[in-house]
Design a protein around this ligand. Structure first.
Ligand code: CP3
Length: 349
């Protein structure tokens, strides 16, 4: 793994071309995924290692991407914390967490007992993947997990989570600490099971201003990545730590203190100024607008080139800025992969 294109790009080493994978690359835009989902519901797919393995491999086979990401979900650890969740297709919690008592009742599970199916899926995928394609393990960042726990699902104004932060900060911190511990165990155990990179999705951190980001999000991300670093050192491995900074605002420079080695960005910001704020030590991942894949192949090629030009040849992993849209024609995803490959190798040659 230490020599894959993806690993070298994450380490900011020279590469012959820019690696690419696609957020939500295993999902509803793929007919082979929909065929499988006609027989098994989403959570059954997540809970059955053989199915999760098969779905993880689908986009690798069809698109020839440079990394696989485990098929699972950031909310998979919730039942083991004591919170039931259903998907239709978005998540819904029957009993959101609102009070200090609710927070105190949350369990902090060890991933080996709570989500053994995730770890088994990783072992199966590792056996099935070619050596040249690394497997990314992932979890939700503590603040984003806390947002779902408090809001109970998607939300328009996020008044429940923001209300908790500002009306009862000690309870908010107790909740974030529990999410952080749960996620640290999950991500560290994924590395032990064979995941070759560890990614945290902070989809909702963009709700926070810089000072609140530093208070409520950053310290908990740091703790999770510290745990990943410890386990990787114990195993003698170099494991890239990827932090998806959703809708990053004025707190982008604070990502330097998360312990991440790669920062994933959405399309609201160009990569060149983002890099200037992140400093020379971090690699970047992103950041094509997923809706571009609804355009023509010519537009997709043109926009892919623009992202590559912004990013430069070193320390860039190409990706979308958020998950691929379900209505995306699969052929357009392939056009993107081929365009990134062609454009970035021409640049190096
Ligand atoms: O291919 C991959 O990227 C791996 C699998 C993956 C899923 N969810 C599968 C999924 C990953 C990495 C996630 C992360 C995830 N889940 C995030 C962070 C990234 C982001 O999108 O911001 C979030 C916020 C969630 C929570 C979640 N799960 C939502 C909001 C939804 C509904 C989204 C939708 O596409 O409608 C889910 C369900 C979900 N997770 C699906 C998939 C393939 C669709 C379920 C189905 O097949 O019916």
């Amino acid at each position: 793994m230490s020599d894959t294109l993806f690993a070298r790009a994450c380490r900011r080493e020279p590469v012959e071309r820019t690696p690419i994978w696609i957020m939500r690359q295993a999902g509803r835009y793929l007919p082979e995924y929909r065929a499988l989902r006609a027989k098994a519901d989403f959570l059954t797919c997540c809970h059955t290692p053989e199915l999760a393995c098969e779905i993880t491999l689908q986009p690798v086979q069809r698109l020839d991407v440079d990394a696989a990401i485990l098929f699972s979900d950031i909310l998979v650890p919730l039942p083991a914390m004591g919170v039931e969740v259903t998907f239709n297709p978005g998540p819904h919690l029957a009993r959101p967490v609102r009070s200090a008592g609710d927070v105190a009742a949350l369990r902090v599970p060890d991933a080996r007992e709570a989500t053994p199916f995730v770890l088994e899926a990783i072992r199966l995928v590792r056996c099935a993947l070619p050596q040249t394609v690394p497997l990314i393990g992932f979890a939700g960042a503590p603040f984003t997990m806390a947002t779902y726990l408090v809001e109970g699902g998607g939300s328009k104004h996020f008044d429940a989570i923001k209300g908790l932060l500002f009306s009862d900060p000690p309870t908010a911190h107790a909740l974030l600490a529990r999410c952080g511990e749960t996620v640290a165990s999950l991500l560290a155990e994924q590395v032990r099971a064979g995941a070759q990179a560890a990614m945290l999705f902070d989809t909702w951190a963009g709700l926070l201003g810089p000072a609140d980001y530093r208070a409520f999000a950053l310290p908990y991300v740091r703790r999770v990545f510290d745990r990943v670093t410890e386990v990787a050192a114990e195993l003698g491995l170099d494991v890239p730590r990827i932090y998806y900074a959703g809708n990053a605002g004025g707190w982008l420079p604070a990502c330097r203190d998360t312990g991440a080695t790669v920062v994933g960005l959405d399309w609201r910001m160009d990569l060149e100024p983002a890099r200037a704020q992140l400093g020379p030590e971090l690699a970047v991942q992103g950041n094509l607008d997923p809706a571009v894949l609804l355009g023509t192949p010519a537009l997709i090629r043109q926009r892919a080139r623009a992202v590559l030009d912004q990013a430069g040849p070193i320390g860039h992993v190409f990706n979308l800025g958020h998950g691929i849209l379900p209505q995306t024609p699969p052929d357009h995803a392939r056009v993107l992969v081929d365009a990134v490959r062609e454009c970035s190798s021409r640049r190096v040659a």
